[in-house]
Design a protein around this ligand. Structure first.
Ligand code: ATP
Length: 235
């Protein structure tokens, strides 16, 4: 579904990604693992069109994304939930979800149906529909950020550190919902520092170090790999 070939990205004179190649198949959950500053966020931002690669190509469903805008990529079915759950703090839960709907209504889609899907996944959001964004707990804000992305009916969800700053119980809950979303047919590419959790939910994973992919494989195999155990699982 997603094919990244030799993608290089730089911030001015500083190279962040050096010829990254990876693939995500339809229906997969794929995790990108790596330390702070390895380039994981840069890669997600490049896929969603927020950054331009200086070399290489990204194909989605067989078509080169080229220099297409972030907005056009959302329309093609790629939705990005950025790190730090950028919800609108001064808007209610419902208004946060409506912001997405306003964009999608142009496509003549029924937003009521999308809302029902989001509330079925995250009943807490329905309970708190009238509550302002800032007053939600960290876990609820993460669920709202994911819910808002789902309003776009994505084929592929890009998730940047969905467990960041959450207590273990909430992180597990967010990951259970990610598995539910995947079970409904949405392909997932996620960046995660919580390697244990990511490898439990992902089918496959890639490890990025200093802008290079250094390891890849089925999640179960990577969880047993000495380099992963030592560097990311504290074994
Ligand atoms: P983190 O988990 O900390 O976000 P990451 O793996 O997502 O780490 P990136 O944020 O993609 O890493 O950063 C990759 C490299 O690019 C780092 O060396 C970082 O310092 C650099 N970098 C990131 N954003 C910028 C920027 N806006 N300008 C210059 N350099 C940047």
């Amino acid at each position: 579904m997603l094919k990244i070939e030799q993608v290089a990205v730089a911030y001015g004179a500083i190279d962040a990604l050096h010829g990254i190649s990876l693939q995500v198949g339809q229906g997969e959950v794929v995790a990108l693992l790596g330390a702070n500053g390895a380039g994981k966020t840069t890669l997600l931002r490049t896929i969603s069109g927020l950054l331009r690669p200086k070399a290489g190509e990204i194909r989605f469903e067989g078509e080169a994304l080229g220099r297409s805008s972030a907005e056009s990529r959302v329309k093609r079915g790629i939705a990005h939930v950025p790190e730090g759950r950028r919800i609108f703090p001064g808007l209610t839960v419902m208004e946060n979800l409506d912001v997405a709907t306003t964009i999608w209504r142009r496509r003549g889609m029924s937003s009521a149906e999308d809302l029902a899907t989001v509330f079925a996944l995250f009943p807490r959001l329905q309970e708190r529909a009238g509550q302002l964004g800032w007053s939600l707990s960290g876990g609820e804000q993460q669920m709202l950020a994911i819910g808002r992305a789902l309003m776009a009916r994505p084929k592929m969800l890009l998730l940047d550190e969905p467990s960041l700053g959450l207590a273990p119980r909430l992180s597990e809950e967010v990951y259970r919902r990610i598995a539910d979303i995947n079970a409904k047919g949405v392909t997932v590419l996620l960046v995660e520092q919580n390697t244990v959790l990511a490898l439990e939910v992902a089918h496959r994973a890639y490890v990025i170090e200093n802008g290079h992919i250094v390891l890849e494989g089925p999640a179960r195999e990577l969880a047993r790999h000495p380099r992963v155990r030592e560097a990311y699982l504290g074994a």
